[in-house]
Design a protein. Structure first.
Length: 176
């Protein structure tokens, strides 16, 4: 009975969240964190940061974070329910909207809506980065490394993989 309640809670949480994830799952990270850590107490900050890191390092879509949260709550079935709940409603909505826009013809509204959603998506993704940094950075040194890496990534065309490698070496050396 507990498993059914957990699965229902996962489905309702991620089903509703999926409809507000403008910009994809990456943009929903702050809300996923709030719901998984602060509201439902499914994970700790450390577990969330670890799940996020694993989801970003794994091949495939970045929506894997919800699968890992679901897995933590209710095992394999929880992962499946979380993934379907996060992807299903959004896929259905996207399909419906694309059909409507296809029939819109030369109306200016689709382009205006798309332009209006760009800053919203950027803001949500920036909030995601902030939440992950606040969750993962436990010392002043690690916070400084994050700030420097973000500045370098913003100011240069350096491949972010090199920043990850540098951060990994700093962590391995025990400096972060």
């Amino acid at each position: 009975m507990i498993l059914v309640g957990s699965l229902l809670s996962i489905a309702l949480t991620f089903g509703a969240l999926s409809l507000f994830a403008v910009g994809g799952a990456a943009a929903a990270i702050p809300e996923i964190h709030r719901l998984a850590v602060d509201v439902n107490h499914w994970m700790t900050d450390t577990q969330f940061a670890d799940a996020y890191a694993i989801s970003q390092l794994s091949p495939g879509p970045n929506v894997l974070i919800v699968s890992l949260v679901g897995y933590k709550v209710a095992g394999i079935l929880g992962a499946l329910v979380a993934t379907v709940a996060m992807c299903g409603p959004t896929a259905a909505l996207s399909f419906t909207v694309s059909r409507i826009l296809h029939h819109a013809g030369s109306s200016p509204w689709p382009a205006l809506i798309q332009k209006a959603l760009v800053p919203v998506s950027i803001g949500l993704m920036a909030a995601s980065g902030l939440v992950i940094a606040m969750t993962a950075d436990r010392t002043m040194v690690s916070a400084a490394v994050t700030i420097v890496a973000a500045g370098v990534a913003f100011a240069t065309r350096l491949n972010p993989l090199w920043l990850l490698v540098a951060g990994g070496f700093l962590g391995f050396a025990g400096l972060t």
